[in-house]
Design a protein around this ligand. Structure first.
Ligand code: NAD
Length: 290
């Protein structure tokens, strides 16, 4: 398949390389000067999109997606598919879908879970929003870049699922870290905490798969000086998207808002920027009761 790929950063680069390695003809564009194995580089997003059956975007945010989509849509052939895998606000996902549909294109929002390791290993999870026809067309490509793809509903449903998932993750990570910090002060051994909680009703992905305590549980960024992994500022981005979505539809999300306030202080006022989001544990462990 002839594929255009726009946004070849930490995630997009390895995703595009995996598509090329599987035998697809991939033409890429990024504002930065990058080289990706097997990917031919174009001089603009529009040039990368010309003649492509599928154009995939993997960009930092909704504003950038909207401006790149405005360039891509007129350059694409009718019936081609625009697939956005970035994490963006639901409004931007739906706006781009509407413009693309009006121009005779198929469209899907398909944000990912799984991080940089998932992107390189081809083990991402995709959550997709769009028509059955669009999902059927992109599914073979998602199978190459990931291990699972869930068709969540119409345009915007993928982004909705993504921010709901990450709102749970942000709140759960903080809860797990504050429990470890409390356990420390109560004199409990961290390994014992893990042994109990990971097999009791407090278990979660944050505890069992991505334990924030170094040397405890499976290997995680905590064992690597909290280098990301999933950076705290990306978690903050997703929590802000969740709040924005909640405001738009008048939903009460008290834990999501609290998690956003805590990650915002950590990233913007403390030393959390550039740290993994599980570095919430050392942050809380050194604090006292407020
Ligand atoms: P990144 O900053 O490494 O990559 C983004 C790329 O987009 C950069 O290479 C940048 O030069 C390029 N870009 C920016 N504006 C552009 C434009 N106008 N035209 C062409 N290229 C442009 O970010 P990333 O970590 O690859 O994340 C990409 C998306 O995936 C984000 O929406 C992020 O929230 C989401 N995401 C990231 C992770 C992760 O662990 N990194 C996990 C899940 C989802």
């Amino acid at each position: 398949m002839k594929i255009g790929f726009i946004g070849l950063g930490n995630m997009g680069g390895p995703m595009a390389a995996n598509l090329a390695a599987a035998g697809h003809q991939v033409t890429g564009f990024d504002m930065a000067n990058v080289e990706i194995d097997g990917v031919a580089m174009a001089s603009s997003a529009a040039v990368a999109a010309q003649g492509a059956e599928v154009v995939i975007t993997m960009l930092p945010n909704g504003l950038i997606l909207r401006s790149v989509a405005a360039e891509l849509i007129p350059a694409m052939e009718k019936g081609a598919l625009l697939a956005d895998c970035s994490t963006v606000d639901v409004d931007s996902a739906r706006a781009v879908a509407t413009e693309a549909t009006e121009a005779g294109l198929l469209t899907i929002d398909a944000p990912v879970s799984g991080g940089i390791a998932g992107a390189s290993g081809g083990t991402l999870t995709f959550m997709a929003g769009g028509s059955d026809e669009a999902f059927a067309k992109v599914a073979p490509l998602l199978d190459i870049m990931g291990q699972k793809a869930v068709h969540c509903g119409d345009a915007g449903a993928g982004q909705s699922a993504k921010i709901c998932n990450n709102m749970i993750l942000g709140a759960t990570m903080i809860a797990t870290c504050e429990a470890f910090a409390l356990a420390d002060k109560l004199g409990l051994d961290r390994q014992k905490m893990f042994d109990v909680v990971s097999t009791s009703s407090g278990y979660s992905w944050s505890m069992n798969a991505y334990c924030p305590a170094p040397g405890v549980g499976p290997e995680s960024p905590a064992d690597n000086d909290y280098k990301p992994g999933f950076a705290a500022e990306l978690m903050l981005k997703d929590l802000r998207l969740a709040r924005h979505a909640a405001e738009t539809v008048d939903a009460d999300t008290p834990m999501g808002r609290k998690a956003e306030a805590i990650y915002s202080a950590f990233v913007e006022e403390e030393d959390g920027k550039g740290m993994d989001f599980s570095a919430m544990l050392p942050r809380l462990a050194k604090r006292g009761h407020e």
